[in-house]
Design a protein around this ligand. Sequence first.
Ligand SMILES: *Cc1c(COP(=O)(O)O)cnc(C)c1O
Length: 423
Amino acid sequence: MNVTDREYALELDRKDPLAHFKSQFVVTDPEMCYLDGNSLGRIPKATITAVNDFLGEWGAEVVTGWGHWVDEAQPTGDLLGAAALGAGPGQVLVCDTTSVNFYQLCLAAVHARPGRKTIITDAANFPTDRYILDGIAKQFGLNLVIIDNENPAIATHERITTQILAPYLNDDVALVTLEVIQYRSGARTDIKSITDQVRAIGALVVWDASHAVGAIELNLDANGVDLCVGCTYKYGNSGPGSPAWLYVSKKIQSELQVPIQGWFAQDAQFEMGAVFERAQNIRGFQIASPSLVGIRCVQTAFSMIKDAGIDAIAHKAAVGTQMMIDLYDAWLAPLGMELNTSRNAKERGGHISLVHPDAAQICVALRQISNVIPDYRTPNSIRLAISPLPTSFVEVWDGFARMRDLVASGQYKEIKESGSRVT
Ligand SMILES: *Cc1c(COP(=O)(O)O)cnc(C)c1O
């Protein structure tokens, strides 16, 4: 059967072992094609119950609730680590935001390599990561190298490791930090080979897996990763502003000290002693009181990911993005769009990126005219995702068919500004 036949997508849905998960999410408009699960996942129905239950729990238990709430960042971290990170227990915390966790781990890494003055990242990295590194470099007089790899050529593993990174590695480097999946292009980085390469020069890597977690298998333990952070609201479906996570491998926990020495990191926390003595386990990386409402959202969403199995999720992301690329070849390339993501499934995650000079207008028109939710990234990218649990193949197929019609008709040109500060 041909991919341009809608039956092709319906058949993929019939064979999809994860198809039944879609009905476990809130979908208020069944006609909408929601292709932005890489920015904000849909809400699981179970989350509504879990949050309500928690509010009752708070009401009934008030302060005594802290007796068990106090440690929830750790078991929730273990759940997230087992479900999505390939991480054994005692190495993951669910806490704070990605930005805060990134700051904490990057600075801990830099201070663990005294005398070295260079931090490396790339221009493709997410803004908050680049801005935080800029702040760290200024504050501590370090040299921040931002590798310029944001040209139109597709970032393959080969390009990122041997051509892009290697020339910058030397014994002045303390820290290298990259995204596992680049937010704009959708390019996936080979975390094992880069971790090995950077370890060989005595430096540390902090990975940001925000666009990868819940879409692909990360195997952090098996890949020998030391440090990693990520959010929970993209493919993690845990809700806007839900707490993020950090991973610190057991083999390195005792060597690192994060800059914010909060009371939750204190070994004998409730003795409230005069001197800071860090807990020697993963709690030594926690700052403060966990957000319980948010943590319950993470628990329900990552329990679903655990039930589904990250391998099955990654497989669906690979098949779904392949279908998108095949539809792009058939329908969108002839309309002047350019694919900016690798054709090798191992070099991408759950989203692809299409480039078009009118991308901004097309994205607004997709929402206003076609009832398709894509994601625009300045200056010219349209990102389109399949979030494996809440999205069906036919939803993606319909979204692409509507985009083809919209672009072919030129109707999007009538659309003006969206008026929103958020793109
Ligand atoms: C989404 C994302 C973030 C978000 O940071 P917050 O602190 O949660 O606002 C950070 N880094 C990357 C790579 C992301 O994709």
